[in-house]
Ligand binder design. Structure first.
Ligand SMILES: Cc1cc2nc3c(=O)[nH]c(=O)nc-3n(C[C@H](O)[C@H](O)[C@H](O)COP(=O)(O)OP(=O)(O)OC[C@H]3O[C@@H](n4cnc5c(N)ncnc54)[C@H](O)[C@@H]3O)c2cc1C
Ligand code: HEM
Length: 566
């Protein structure tokens, strides 16, 4: 429990603050419009509908300001870099950027629903008021308007338009109405196409529809600027109702009230969103600049199980272990950027990625590369990044447990390579004194991607008498009878029959309780960073184990869970 609080405490704190601000804005603005003297007259016409429209609008402004920030990857990298020396917990929060982005987006959806319904009622009630359905006073004033040809209630005169047409009329003829329809439609499309099932199965549909956010934000800026109710000046209450009431004529009319300033100068929508919009624009500009920079191919290797290794050179490119880049190959698509974790080490003068065939884009890339003549340069490749992930923090812990599933081994390949460089050149001054590495693969060929790296590493550690530094275990989770028979024949060999490594491959899944128990026993007073790059189900299992095997006593073993999903 204590560990869960440590692992999730800051997230909960941030959520409470965010929710607190949302509730505060809603309640404050609701009361402001519902109880404020200055809105006496509007309430008279519209009931609580104005309050129900303006309160979510305030929450919407706040969340629309937030929604772009978690997708500003360079900004996040900058913040992450600023906390490199300390603040592991803060850095961990940055990895939850997309969860926060989704949460904020759902709040936008909820508040939009409330706002839209309230405005529809607003228009409806306003219309009814104009028809005198609710109130004798408004009917009387309305009639007076007609006889005197003056505007007391509203600049739109009852006789000017067919009252039945008002809702449609307002929606399609005012800036606020029209932009409201456009941004609501854009939002519906963004939200529905962002569902997990669509994102996983039809990423392109999600991706292209998501770009309606440009229309959403453009519409939002104009929407906030053209409030319908405000533009009907005299239906809005005067700033100081009492003052105006004093100035009523013998008939009790309010002839010349000042145009109200809503919420005492409360910032308009564009003021809320302009800064994040500019920040996000800078991100896209930076992406474009990076796309234009020259990238050359150092090596193109086809690995077993349809995995492509690309070694690329880009001048001035610097990386940390476990980071990822976005690749854009205009020969396949000019708009699509795909993320891949780098498998090279910071000590190397190139960057490498291992790309597994997973769908249209990766298949086409593999196809293009396979058709290239030996030694030829590949097609133009744009590289954006690098961007940080939780795996960057591996060397911050005394002890680290690294768990990679299938292609999820990529961040750890970078880490293991970096360890090799560190040990090769000198005796490194590392905070980390022990690494446990678990690699789970469905099929034997997958181990070939990095088996040579493990072999070199194993030899280097042995020569330096550092074999206690790294414990690695490979698990073959999918195997058939013929593999089993093959293994039985070679079981007495010094090296493993599948990988050629000294460590024997395990068959089946790890028994996590046994593994955590062993790590705890071997490191009774250490803080252990547990890193996963693999499926979410495995993440849930490991998170639970981290909590279960962490001791309440702060002087004893603690497991901190970090994860990265592809
Ligand atoms: C941070 C990160 C690091 C990754 N590192 C690696 C790696 O080292 N090696 C590797 O083989 N794969 C990696 N992936 C996965 C890789 O990005 C996808 O396999 C690839 O984008 C698939 O594209 P596709 O059009 O071929 O397949 P699709 O059929 O379009 O998609 C297959 C799967 O990939 C996801 N996906 C597709 N496009 C994207 C995208 N632009 N951004 C995010 N997810 C996408 C989809 O949701 C789906 O689950 C990583 C993903 C992330 C988020
Ligand atoms: C108000 C609604 C939303 C807006 C304005 C919005 C906007 C954005 C923007 C600008 C990006 C960055 C694109 C890029 O830089 O290439 C993005 C990315 C993303 N959004 Fe949204 N979004 C919204 C709703 C949602 C919802 C509801 C979800 C999911 C439930 C979602 C999930 C994502 C994901 C997963 C990414 C990252 C994609 C990637 O880079 O892999 N968004 N969004």
């Amino acid at each position: 429990m204590a560990n869960k609080i440590i692992n999730n405490g800051l997230s909960a704190f941030i959520l409470v603050i965010w929710m607190g601000i949302n509730i505060f804005l809603f309640v404050w603005f609701y009361l402001f419009y519902d109880l404020g003297d200055q809105f006496f007259y509007t309430r008279h016409l519209l009931g609580s509908a104005l309050a129900w429209a303006r309160a979510p609008a305030a929450v919407l402004n706040f969340n629309c300001m937030l929604v772009l920030l978690p997708v500003c990857r360079n900004l996040l990298s900058l913040i992450r870099g600023s906390f490199m020396c300390c603040g592991r917990t803060i850095r961990k929060q940055l990895d939850k950027n997309l969860s926060f982005h989704k949460l904020v987006a759902y709040m936008i959806a909820l508040m939009t629903a409330v706002h839209v319904i309230a405005h529809l009622l607003n228009v409806e009630w306003y219309n009814n008021s104009r028809l005198g359905v609710y109130d004798k006073l408004s009917t009387a004033l309305s009639d007076l308007e007609d006889t005197e040809n003056t505007t007391y209630l509203n600049p739109i005169r009852k006789t000017d338009i067919d009252p039945q047409q008002i809702p449609t009329y307002l929606v399609f003829t005012t800036i606020a109405g029209l932009t409201g329809v456009i941004i609501t439609l854009a939002l519906i499309l963004i939200i529905t196409s962002s569902m997990e099932v669509i994102r996983r199965s039809y990423f392109e549909v999600f991706w292209y529809t998501h770009h309606l956010f440009i229309i959403f934000f453009a519409g939002l800026v104009f929407h906030g600027a053209g409030r319908i109710v405000r533009s009907q000046q005299t239906t809005d209450p005067p700033h100081n109702f009492t003052f105006c009431k004093d100035r009523t004529d013998d008939w009790g009319r309010i002839p010349e009230c000042p145009i109200p300033q809503f919420a005492g100068g409360f910032p308009q929508t564009w003021m809320w969103v302009i800064a994040p919009m500019v920040l996000y624009l800078c991100e896209r500009l930076l992406r474009f600049i990076r796309y234009m920079q020259t990238v050359t191919y150092r090596k193109i290797v086809m690995r077993p199980s349809k995995v492509l290794e690309l070694q690329l050179v880009k001048s001035g490119f610097k990386m940390e272990v476990g980071q990822y880049v976005f690749l854009n190959c205009p020969a396949i698509s000019q708009l699509e950027w795909h993320p891949f974790t780098m498998t090279s080490a910071p000590e190397e003068d190139f960057l490498s990625v291992h790309i597994r065939s997973a769908g249209d884009w990766t298949d086409k890339l593999i196809d293009i590369m396979q058709k290239l003549p030996e030694g030829a340069q590949g097609p133009k490749m744009g590289v954006d990044g690098p961007f940080g992930t939780a795996s960057e923090d591996v060397f911050d812990y005394e002890v680290s447990m690294l768990v990679g599933a299938g292609i999820g081994v990529t961040p750890f390949a970078s880490i293991l390579k970096s360890i090799w460089y560190k040990f090769k050149d000198s005796n490194p001054k590392l905070r980390t004194r022990k690494i446990y590495f678990y690699w789970l693969c469905r099929e034997t060929h997958a181990f070939e991607w990095f088996a040579d790296l493990l072999q070199v590493l194993e030899k280097e550690m042995e020569e330096r008498g550092m074999d206690h530094f790294l414990t690695y275990k490979l698990y073959l989770t999918g195997w058939d009878q013929s593999t089993a028979n093959h293994v039985k024949v070679w079981v007495d060999d010094d090296t493993d029959v599948v990988t050629g490594l000294k460590q024997k491959t395990h068959y089946g899944r790890p028994i996590w309780d046994k593994e955590f128990e062993q790590v705890r026993k071997e490191n009774p007073t250490s803080v252990v960073g547990t890193f996963l790059c693999g499926p979410q189900v495995l993440g849930k299992v490991l998170e639970k184990k981290c909590a279960k095997y962490s001791d309440v006593d702060p002087r004893k073993t603690k497991f901190y869970f970090n994860k990265e999903n592809f």
